[in-house]
Design a protein. Structure first.
Ligand code: SAM
Length: 458
């Protein structure tokens, strides 16, 4: 009989050794997780997503106009910002529009955070970030959600704390799915803590060994539990509601994510913009099995956005969820604090998110990508423009673009140049030898060559 080693026994999920494996992955891999395209980020860091967030952030500034203190910074904090690509797209959309708004003099700063020092250093040195750093618009700091403390930005002597005199915007994409959460089981109307034991067929001294996942076995055991479950009565209230109303099912609980939200809200006002794979209503929670990691270098678990929404509303805030089912990625917006006006945010959410979800765009993109070789040149250009000049979309269109360009009427070449120029400006390369630059040069060279043939005086 095969011997099994117990690596970790009977732990609430949020305290399982699984999260040490996750931490080791991110710490050991640093930027390579994105440079080698291992950790997925195409949707969560796309310019399409950034446009929606820029709309929401501007609407929030407008909504909070009466409470703003122009003598203090207004901070937007991105949690677990990874590649930095969402931030780059966000800044390109947000700051020009802020400058043209009545809030041009507001000292808005975007602070990118992660818990991996190598990543923070990479951002600090990135050439495309320099102009924003110099303008005082962008800074970087370490932040570990397991050790919630004020931020110490690299380029400023002033720490960033909750309750800093202005509302705070938090951005959390593919973040809540990558940080510890708990799991419960409902059986016959009784809530159970779903305790996790990890087994392997060998001792596992190296938690960074990627082959470990092939040997790991997860076994959950539901143990009846009564309140209090947590130190926050609102968390308990949500679980008691689930206990009272949900049929038998497993249900995850984003306790660490909520702790983070509470920390950054302090006693002030906060807007959370978040996108992740998850469930946004109680109906979607039903029928879940034990939480199993979805592996992609790191791992992720589904996020219980229903619980986040309930927490926000019980705390007196407003939760904005898209009214339709989002198959791939949920995008959700939450307001916390005493401010009771929400008309501007509601309107912005409707326009920028509900009628335009990144999930909708990427569902259609996925369906049409295999057929790009049947697109005409103008159709390819339209697709790239609709994506907000997304480098990844351009890369997918590149073979078809090249083929079409050879035969196209040169009347289109001006538009082609405009599109590839916008793609180039909008792109945050993660290595010095990024293949996208080469592809853009190839397209440009073809256009210029044909123009020269047509007008030798050029
Ligand atoms: C799946 S990645 C998402 C990155 C980026 N937001 C995106 O959408 O592509 C999760 C990010 O959270 C960071 N992270 C993981 N555990 C963390 C923790 N305990 N505290 C802060 N950040 C953490 C990782 O380093 C990583 O950058």
């Amino acid at each position: 009989m095969k011997t099994e080693y117990i690596l970790d026994a009977d732990k609430p999920l949020s305290r399982s050794l699984l999260w040490q494996i996750q931490r080791r992955y991110f710490m050991e891999n640093g930027m390579a997780a994105w440079q080698d395209d291992v950790v997925p980020h195409q949707i969560s860091s796309s310019p399409y997503m950034a446009r929606a967030y820029a709309d929401m952030a501007l609407a929030y500034v407008e909504e909070m106009a009466d409470t703003l203190d122009f003598s203090k910074p207004f901070v937007i904090i991105e949690l677990g910002a990874g590649s930095g690509r969402l931030a780059y797209h966000f800044m390109r959309q947000f700051f020009p529009r802020l400058a043209a708004s009545p809030f041009a003099k507001l000292d808005v700063k975007l602070i990118l955070t992660d818990f991996v020092p190598e990543i923070v250093q990479f951002w600090q040195m990135h050439p495309r970030f320099q102009k924003y750093i110099v303008a005082g618009r962008l800074d970087f700091a370490l932040f570990d959600v397991m050790d919630r403390r004020p931020l110490h930005p690299l380029n400023s002597p002033h720490p960033i704390t909750p309750n800093n005199g202005n509302p705070i915007i938090l951005i959390a994409n593919y973040f809540f799915d990558s940080i510890p959460q708990d799991s419960f089981v409902l059986q016959n109307g009784q809530l159970h803590s779903n305790l996790l034991t990890l087994y392997s067929d060998q001792p596992e001294p190296d938690l960074a060994d990627p082959a470990l996942w092939e040997r790991l076995r997860l076994a959950y055991e539901p143990i009846p539990q009564s309140p209090p479950y947590y130190d926050d009565p609102l968390y308990d209230e949500i679980l008691q509601l689930y206990e009272a109303y949900l049929p038998d099912t497993a249900v995850s609980f984003p306790n660490i994510g909520l702790d983070c939200l509470r920390f950054w809200q302090g006693t002030g006002e906060l807007l959370l913009l978040s996108s992740d794979r998850g469930h946004s209503s109680a109906e979607e929670l039903v029928g879940q099995g034990d939480p199993l990691p979805n592996l992609h270098g790191s791992f992720s678990l589904m996020v219980n956005y229903d619980a986040i929404a309930r927490y926000v509303e019980m705390a007196g805030g407003t939760a904005l969820h898209v009214p339709h089912y989002q198959d791939g990625l949920q995008t959700a917006v939450y307001l916390l604090g005493d401010h009771s006006e929400t008309a501007v945010i509601h309107r912005a959410f409707d326009r920028a998110v509900a009628q335009n979800t990144p999930d909708d765009f990427f569902a259609v993109k996925q369906a049409i990508t295999p057929h790009l070789d049947s697109f005409t040149l103008p159709q390819l250009l339209s697709f790239i423009r609709l994506s907000q000049w997304d480098g990844a979309v351009f890369e997918e269109c590149f073979p078809a673009l090249l083929a079409q360009l050879q035969e196209a009427d040169p009347v289109w070449y001006g538009d082609v140049i405009d599109v590839v120029t916008a793609v180039h400006e909008n792109y945050l390369p993660l290595t010095d030898t990024d293949p996208l630059e080469q592809k853009i040069s190839t397209i440009r060279a073809i256009c210029v060559q044909v123009w020269k043939l047509q007008s030798p005086s050029l």
